[in-house]
Design a protein around this ligand. Structure first.
Ligand code: F6R
Length: 328
């Protein structure tokens, strides 16, 4: 593992863009693995800038995105411009600005697939058919996840449906509720995501971590033991892996005096119970799908689940959300 620490998120984006440029110079037909979220935005901006200066050509490039929200990639009640799908994110922040062949060469999991299991199998096959991922770009969640491989995901997992943990629902609050105009109970509870095992097969991996909020996760990734509780740590075994962090995220390394990713017992207990309930909900949704339930029916089932979580103040969710509301 190589660790590069730079001044700020802009520098992280530029450094990562240079790695992409080297990759495309070496092989213009490269297959790139893409992440979404706030972290890679400076990287995408820099890649667009290089494309506009004719330093980069994406006409032969193929991309595979890591993940997508299940069902609620799209909020049918809202203006499509406000949907929080990763598909829209990629289009707005990257694809529409470059000469990549869209949609032929831009693979992304479909949040509205009628058959998630088959869809995931097909995605894995499409990656293999494309020759595998040459360069994978990753961010890291504040709980140490990569893609949507939440704590507890198997380190050999493949593309599949995964529930989003509490911490991620809270992390998503700003994007969905504050920016997207969603009600908390309409937020997605599940994602479709590449597994840790899928990510580990990329020939080269770079992980970007910026901002103070990523300090603990970064410390656990770089200095902690390999554990499925911090799925990014699997990358310690990767043969060609570089972490690119800014100073703010790297400062968090002091936090390792505390045990990495330490959580209080109560939260851990509720996490387990939450996971069991989410898994049960998914089985019920699958059964309903087979009996012909519509997307709206499935979303209603999901909404009821979140309403119950809120009403029972599961894991102290009300306090966590109140704190989010107060943040600017
Ligand atoms: C998104 C993804 C996620 C994010 C992570 C950090 O495609 O794979 O693992 O990288 O949740 O998100 P940001 O960058 O928004 O903090």
């Amino acid at each position: 593992m190589r660790v590069v620490i730079l001044d700020n998120k802009q520098a992280v984006g530029e450094y990562a863009a240079n790695i992409v440029e080297e990759q495309l110079a070496e092989n213009p037909d490269s297959v790139l693995g893409k992440a979404t979220g706030s972290t890679p935005i400076p990287l995408y901006q820099e890649l667009i800038r290089k494309y506009e200066k004719k330093e980069l050509d994406f006409s032969r490039v193929i991309t595979f995105n890591l993940d997508e929200y299940l069902l609620l990639g799209l909020n049918l009640k809202l203006d499509a411009k406000k949907d929080q799908s990763y598909h829209r994110f990629m289009w707005e922040n990257f694809w529409q600005h470059i000469n990549i062949k869209y949609p032929e060469n831009t693979y992304i999991l479909n949040g509205l697939t009628p058959n998630p299991e088959r869809h995931c199998e097909l995605y894995e096959k499409q990656i293999v058919k494309a020759g595998g991922i040459d360069l994978q770009i990753l961010g890291i969640g504040s709980d140490g996840h990569i893609a949507f491989d939440e704590p507890g995901s198997s380190l050999s997992s493949r593309t599949r449906v995964k529930y989003l943990l509490f911490s991620t629902l809270v992390d998503n609050y700003d994007a969905f509720v504050k920016e997207g105009g969603y009600d908390f109970t309409d937020m997605p509870v599940f994602s479709i995501t590449e597994g840790v095992g899928t990510v580990m097969e990329a020939k080269k991996v770079i992980l970007l971590a910026t901002g103070r909020g990523k300090g603990k996760a970064l410390a656990a990734l770089v200095e902690g033991p390999v554990t499925s509780q911090v799925t990014a740590t699997a990358l310690q075994y990767h043969r060609n892996f570089t972490v690119i962090a800014d100073k703010e995220a790297a400062e968090g390394k002091e936090l390792t005096q505390e045990k990495p990713m330490k959580r209080d017992g109560l939260r851990d207990l509720s996490r387990h119970q939450y996971a069991m309930r989410a898994e049960k909900l998914y089985s019920q949704m699958q059964a309903a799908r087979i009996k012909g339930a519509t997307i709206d029916d499935l979303k209603t089932m999901q909404k009821k689940f979140l309403e119950e979580i809120l009403a029972k103040n599961f894991g102290g969710i009300q306090e966590l959300l109140e704190a989010k509301q107060k943040e600017k």
